[in-house]
Design a protein around this ligand. Structure first.
Ligand SMILES: [Zn+2]
Length: 212
């Protein structure tokens, strides 16, 4: 997803959850995953190239860093680990065919509104038909340059990232489903992360006192 989209999803998910300062740390770490060093050789950051197991493992690894960091008082490090895992969780909906699979399995060919999407349908999350876009470098790199995209697209296979992504609103009406799913999933990742936290840990993590 575009950095602006990742930022908007994260703000939408957490405006009431983190203090403004804490939220900025989470967002900066999320966006940092799209630095060039995080693009090359890091399929697991972005659910690219069908790296499903590696990407799920990456989310777990980052989550496992959070509690120990909070317990040793390294609060920013905990927030950065959380920011990194939200990036991966959000990219899942933009880089896979999950949205298409979810729409295809609605009863009677109904197409619900984007806000209705269930981001955690187990049958689809682990479906044998789940795919994510492949990166056909070096050609694929040119597709990230807006003026070149139209020229390069016909040269890339249909299972490429360039064809499959829902990275921005430009990609058409399915983008809204990916966006909505990503906001919900981002909240779910928070709930999973803080499950079992004491009030003190939760307050340190979020920068906000939990409202009873
Ligand atoms: Zn990404």
């Amino acid at each position: 997803m575009l950095k602006s989209v990742h930022a908007e999803i994260t703000r939408r998910a957490f405006s009431q959850t983190f203090s403004p300062a804490a939220l900025e740390i989470v967002i900066a770490a999320n966006l940092g995953q799209d630095a060039l060093s995080g693009q090359l050789g890091h399929d697991e950051f972005h659910f690219d190239n069908n790296a499903f197991d590696k990407s799920r493992a990456y989310i777990k690894e980052q989550r496992a860093l959070i509690r120990p960091a909070l317990e040793r008082g390294d609060i920013d490090s905990a927030r950065r680990a959380f920011g990194r895992l939200t990036h991966t969780a959000q990219d899942f909906y933009a880089h896979t065919n999950y949205v298409d699979l979810w729409i295809a399995c609605q009863p009677n060919g109904m197409i619900p509104a984007p806000a209705e999407i269930d981001p955690l349908d187990d049958d689809l999350l682990y479906s044998t038909t789940l795919r994510s876009g492949k990166l056909y470098y070096p050609l694929e790199a040119l597709s990230f340059v807006p003026v070149l995209r139209k020229l390069v697209l016909p040269l890339l296979p249909r299972d490429s990232h360039a064809w499959m992504n829902l990275d921005s609103a430009e990609r058409g009406p399915m983008f809204e489903y990916a966006f909505s799913a990503a906001v919900k999933r981002t909240r779910y990742e928070f709930d999973t992360t803080v499950r079992g936290f004491s009030v003190e840990l939760n307050t340190n993590f979020t920068g906000l006192s939990r409202v009873a």
